[in-house]
Design a protein around this ligand. Structure first.
Ligand SMILES: Cc1cc2nc3c(=O)[nH]c(=O)nc-3n(C[C@H](O)[C@H](O)[C@H](O)COP(=O)(O)OP(=O)(O)OC[C@H]3O[C@@H](n4cnc5c(N)ncnc54)[C@H](O)[C@@H]3O)c2cc1C
Length: 616
């Protein structure tokens, strides 16, 4: 994708895909199919990789830098410039960095090694180019182990995989985690990240935080002349409810203590069934299977239940999880896949997407999605159940750590290769509302049967279980988190195939059924009305912000807009703003009327406003 970002002109004409001469459809379909088979094979066979590039790049030493996220693009495609980056290696160095910035009233943000959140969370506020980013890349050690209490303390920049491995070496396990290991402890907590479970306190990692240390700015110097101080929060401290899920707005989290459990094994079986009536099974499924999740292939009309239970550590089994989508992928095939999708978009071939998705999903499921029995057979996956240590199954991400191969392969979304480029909508819908949401999506599919195959192409609509939390910015109810990933145009002014249907699903999830957005995912519209959804909990959170960062040095225009602070709002009203989810359309000009896309009510959810192609 030749990315088009707001402050720099495109290097190629934006409509280059539309100008490409297209092959005739039957031969195109055959070409796509063979390409896809090759791709699927490559996903299975690849063993090397190219670890991601740094997300902070500076012109001179650690000064004059550009900060981005792991995808190389923020939702609004803006560029984030900062005056400098600091790489503290100790808590004392964090204090010095925060103090130095606070003394100058410089805005700052924490940036992590790979910055895998989608929204513009790591870009400091204040004048453009004047902020500081404090990297946690070198704050990545284990600080303490308390074997009696099964607790461990980590520096906040530790990656999820090193954390899991360090705990496993002590015979301990973090019971629930995100599925992707390319994230840090500080970063995943800040956005309320989770796995899937309604058991116990549920799947959000912050439920297992029992202590935190933060470095916060001060307005006046202490006796030693420092404009920063340490804050230590322990279990039972009300401010921990703000600090556990903080969007990075209170200060720098330097250390976190987690309540762990003795290591255990898990048994995983995936089974695909038709999607008729599955909406009424979710709650009983979640109460029967501790780590279970459900993937809905909406276009394929099937669901895959992941039966996933805890077993004693003595159970035989060395199973592993190396999820196919998080393995290193051949760059050339990623480019081929992207080209296929662009061709299908350009030829308005929703049906073509269904064909492509059918091959892809069938291959994925037949190969166990990357689960490995690890029993010494040549094929990695020989059948279910896959039984193994929790630490070998809970998260994966081999594209991150594989040997450097000069971009022959990379993570699928690596911006250096013309690979995946997508939008993501992730919202937690309350358990009582989820069946109605699913029924609505099915009705929408009845209107436009092929329109949702694009989601199947990106691993389907993933449904995971998350419990209500006492953290102010945690979930306010027991919920099913729905996660859908879909094609994003290279050119932000280019409408997408069936985008009206995807927008309607997004608006149904967020507004009709009251979904709470994942703080680390989503397009701009995902956060509309969030203050109202959280009610007084936002006020409690804002009170903590004022207590620990009274001058708002860790705040930015983005977080202010989301939380509706300092007169900032998420309202955007400009040409084409609905095409990338920067606004919900209210006028045709918010879509692309010159390309035939106009603003219309939803087909099922009449209050929705979506960009629909005239004649659809
Ligand atoms: C492929 C992929 C799969 C994913 N899977 C899941 C999943 O299964 N479940 C899920 O819930 N989410 C998932 N996510 C989302 C991901 O967990 C979140 O976006 C997470 O916040 C990313 O963590 P990070 O370390 O990259 O932090 P970043 O994205 O870099 O930072 C997030 C925020 O935290 C702040 N921050 C980071 N560290 C600190 C600190 N030490 N002190 C103060 N503030 C800090 C940053 O300033 C920023 O505001 C996935 C993302 C990707 C790319």
């Amino acid at each position: 994708c030749t990315l088009i970002i707001s402050s720099s002109p495109p290097r190629h004409p934006p409509n280059k895909t539309r100008d490409t001469p297209l092959p005739a459809l039957p031969s195109m379909a055959a070409a796509l199919l063979s390409l896809l088979l090759l791709t699927s094979l490559a996903l299975i066979l690849c063993v090397h990789g190219s670890p991601p590039e740094p997300v902070v790049k500076c012109k001179s030493g650690n000064a004059d830098c550009i900060v981005t996220n792991g995808y190389g693009t923020f939702p609004d495609r803006s560029i984030c410039q900062v005056a400098g980056v600091a790489y503290p290696m100790t808590e004392d160095e964090v204090l010095a960095a925060v103090s130095d910035a606070a003394r100058k009233k410089q805005h700052m943000k924490v940036v992590t090694t790979y910055a895998h959140s989608i929204p513009k969370l790591s870009c400091p506020g204040g004048p453009d180019g004047a902020g500081l980013v404090i990297s946690t890349q070198k704050l990545n050690r284990v600080v303490a182990v308390d074997r009696k209490a099964n607790r461990m303390t980590f520096e906040s920049g530790i990656g999820l995989r090193p954390l899991i491995d360090a705990a496993a070496a002590e015979g301990l396990a973090l019971p629930y985690t995100p599925y992707w290991e390319g994230i840090t402890l500080g970063g995943l907590l800040a956005t309320g990240s989770h796995g899937s479970s309604l058991f116990g306190k549920g799947s959000a990692v912050h439920e297992y935080v029992v202590g935190m240390r933060l470095v916060v700015p001060t307005s006046a110097p202490d006796a030693g002349g420092r404009y920063a101080r340490m804050v230590e929060l322990a279990e039972g401290d009300a401010d921990l409810l703000a600090a556990k899920v903080s969007l990075g707005l209170l200060g720098v989290v330097s250390q976190v203590t987690l309540q762990l459990q003795p290591m255990f094994k898990r048994s995983i079986t995936q089974r695909e069934v038709e999607d008729a009536g599955f909406e009424s099974t979710l709650e009983s499924f979640a109460s029967a299977t501790e780590f279970g999740d459900v993937t809905w292939y909406v276009g394929r009309r099937s669901v895959v239940y992941r039966d996933d239970a805890r077993l004693p550590i003595t159970t035989p089994g060395n199973g592993k999880n190396d999820f196919s989508g998080f393995r290193p992928q051949l760059s050339i095939l990623l480019a081929g896949l992207r080209t296929s999708e662009e061709l299908l978009e350009a030829t308005d071939s929703s049906e073509g997407k269904c064909v492509l998705a059918k091959v892809q999903v069938t291959t994925l499921l037949a190969t166990g999605s990357g689960f490995q029995n690890n029993e010494g057979h040549l094929p990695e996956f020989t059948g279910y159940p896959v039984i193994g240590n929790h630490s070998d199954l809970q998260a994966s991400g081999s594209c991150l750590t594989s040997e450097e191969d000069g971009l022959l392969t990379a993570c699928g979304w690596d911006p250096r290769v013309d690979g995946l480029f997508y939008h993501q909508t992730a919202a937690s819908i309350s358990l009582p509302n989820i069946a109605a949401f699913i029924a609505d999506v099915k009705k929408l599919r009845d209107f436009r049967p092929y329109s949702l195959c694009g989601i199947d192409l990106y691993s389907g609509l993933l449904m995971r279980f998350v419990r209500a939390s006492t953290a102010y910015l945690g979930k306010t109810f027991d919920s099913v988190d729905i996660d859908m990933t879909y094609f994003r145009s290279c050119d932000p002014m280019d409408p997408r195939l069936d985008e009206d249907v995807l927008e309607e699903v997004e608006q149904m999830a967020l507004f009709k059924h009251g979904g709470l957005p994942h703080w680390g995912k989503n397009r701009h519209v995902g956060f509309l009305g969030v203050r109202e959804k959280y009610g007084t909990r936002i006020e409690q959170f804002v009170a903590a912000m004022k207590k620990y960062d009274p001058e708002g040095l860790f705040s930015s225009p983005w977080t202010d807009a989301v939380l509706e602070l300092r007169e900032k709002s998420l309202a955007v009203d400009r040409k084409g703003c609905a095409l990338e989810g920067m606004c919900i359309c209210s006028r045709d000009v918010h879509c692309a009327p010159e390309k035939g896309y106009v603003c219309r009510p939803g087909l099922v959810y009449k209050e929705a406003r979506v960009c629909r192609k005239v004649g659809e």
